[in-house]
Design a protein around this ligand. Structure first.
Ligand SMILES: Nc1ncnc2c1ncn2[C@@H]1O[C@H](COP(=O)(O)OP(=O)(O)OP(=O)(O)O)[C@@H](O)[C@H]1O
Ligand SMILES: [Mg+2]
Length: 493
């Protein structure tokens, strides 16, 4: 099937988000849709997916004009959409989610759970993932949720699949698996639109690319004729750095120390310490336990054994207000689930942890809150119409920046970043790295949790590599390389 979108225009209020966009994708093609945060990628795909209407322009499938007024109409036309923001119902099982709205029934008209589970299992087998379709979605880690979303698109046997940043919470081996699936689908004549900020991935799996900048189409071509640097230049309009950012820094006193932390099978015997001005990495593959470890340290992950010390004092964090008090900040992974509050506006989301501190006689000093947020928003270059808009009106990458702003404002002594550049474009990534290194330069102890080896290599002075909840090894300075990380992350010593 060939899809063509012509002369697409879309505005939100005074914000012209798409201007005269032509976009097409053919059967057997994997087309990258690229652009900075807020460039209009998700909006364009939301129009294709029947979620929002275009202001003007037309769409054609195999030359025939089409119009999608609802997501169901788009789906019926063979278009499956894997959203940037996860779209599963937590209180349903995996198989129920995968068949939502198109449940299989027995002859007698009852739900046929057995057949639905069987079909799910077939798809999981093709994807080479080990998941029980009867598991409740609530119990899944975000990366497995992502896998379920991809599986659902496969199950629908769509002829066009839109993947809006499907790999942000996946680790390298899982990404490879998803890519294998994409290539298989491609060879079967499926057309795929792939949105990603990871340009290496784009080079690895895509055949064509389209770049949007500020709502306009700025470049298009074959992936074979381009490279990562050129794509980055198209996206941001100037050169992007890629070198290591590690610098010699004066390290201060020890700020955070953990002794022998264990929690069931999630993590065992973890000891480490971070000093003021140091950037310490934690990396590993899915199931390595690093997120669970820091959720526990931050008081949002249940009880654990062992002891945590902040500036030499034993502490047990029981919740965010206490953490803020102690000077511990924590930017969680998966802002969709943990980082943002959907019903609040941008300013509220970007400042909530500092409210207690900025309150006088129980009343929040909004002027101070606003000033604090504005200065962070400016340095992080958050793209928004106004801070009183709902957080949901921001593009994915800009939501991530709001979550960062919130914690930068809290002025912590130790700041833990879990997957800090998830969904952030190549230029903004540099801004966030600069921000992190500035913090370290000011004497904040920084912990960076990441599955992206390049992120660890470029940012960290030292990194611990976890394997199944244990520290498998430590690397520092020049020692931190792709190969050494992968070696340890896969359980070698
Ligand atoms: N529902 C909405 N209401 C108001 N403005 C919106 C809405 N959805 C998107 N926008 C605005 O449209 C612009 C484009 O957003 P879009 O989500 O398409 O960006 P994107 O290219 O997908 O970025 P990212 O890489 O960060 O996901 C942004 O300025 C955003 O604030
Ligand atoms: Mg988007």
């Amino acid at each position: 099937m060939t899809l063509e979108m012509r002369n697409i225009y879309k505005s939100f209020g005074a914000n012209d988000v798409l201007r005269d966009i032509d976009f097409s994708v053919k059967a057997g093609e994997i087309c990258a849709l690229l652009g900075e945060n807020g460039a209009g990628k998700s909006t364009l795909m939301n129009i294709l997916g029947g979620i929002i209407p275009a202001d003007s322009g037309s769409m054609h499938l195999d030359g025939k004009p089409v119009q999608f007024r609802t997501p169901a109409e788009s789906l019926d036309a063979g278009i499956a959409f894997i959203h940037q923001e996860l779209n599963l119902v937590n209180d349903l099982a995996i198989f129920e989610n995968m068949f939502i709205g198109r449940e299989l029934k027995t002859k007698a008209g009852f739900l046929d759970a057995k057949q639905m589970c069987g079909r799910c299992q077939e798809v999981f087998k093709r994807m080479d993932v080990d998941l029980d379709p009867r598991t409740m979605v609530r119990e899944l880690d975000a990366s497995y949720k992502q896998i379920v979303e991809i599986a659902r698109a496969l199950l629908m046997e769509a002829s066009i699949i839109i993947m809006d940043e499907p790999t942000t919470s996946l680790t390298d081996p899982e990404i490879d698996r998803v890519f294998d699936m994409m290539r298989t689908l491609q060879s079967q004549g499926v057309a795929i639109v792939f949105i990603s900020h990871k340009l290496r991935e784009v080079m690895a799996v895509c055949s064509r690319y389209t770049v949007l900048r500020d709502g306009a189409m700025v470049a298009q071509g074959d992936v074979a004729d381009t490279d990562v640097d050129q794509l980055a230049r198209h996206m941001v309009g100037h050169e992007v750095r890629t070198e290591s950012l590690r610098r010699e820094r004066e390290l201060g006193r020890e700020v955070l120390r953990a002794e022998n932390l264990s929690q069931g099978r999630r993590f065992q015997g973890i000891s480490f310490s971070v000093r003021a001005g140091e950037v310490l990495g934690f990396t590993g593959l899915l199931g390595d336990g690093r997120s669970e470890l820091f959720q526990a340290v931050f008081g949002s992950g249940g009880r654990y054994e062992g002891q945590v010390y902040v500036e030499g004092q034993p502490v047990t964090v029981r919740g965010t207000p206490q953490a803020v008090e102690l000077g511990i900040g924590y930017v969680p992974r998966d802002r969709k689930e943990n980082g943002i509050i959907k019903d609040m506006d941008i300013l509220e989301n970007g400042s909530i942890v500092t409210w207690p501190r900025k309150a006088k006689l129980g009343l929040i000093d909004w002027k101070a809150v606003r000033e604090g947020f504005r200065s962070q928003a400016e340095s992080l270059k958050i793209k928004m119409a106004g801070e009183e808009e709902l957080i949901g009106s921001l593009s994915g990458g800009n939501q991530q920046k709001v979550v960062l702003a919130k914690w930068l404002n809290a002025g912590p002594k130790v700041l833990i970043f879990d997957n800090p550049t998830q969904g952030v474009d190549v230029g903004a990534k540099e801004d966030i790295y600069d921000t992190i290194l500035d913090l370290a330069g000011q004497g904040v102890a920084v912990v960076v949790l990441s599955s992206e080896a390049q992120e660890i290599i470029r940012l960290c002075d030292r990194t611990l590599v976890l394997y199944h909840g244990r520290i498998q090894g430590e690397l520092s300075g020049e020692e931190i390389t792709d190969q050494k990380i992968m070696h340890l992350a896969t359980g070698a010593t």
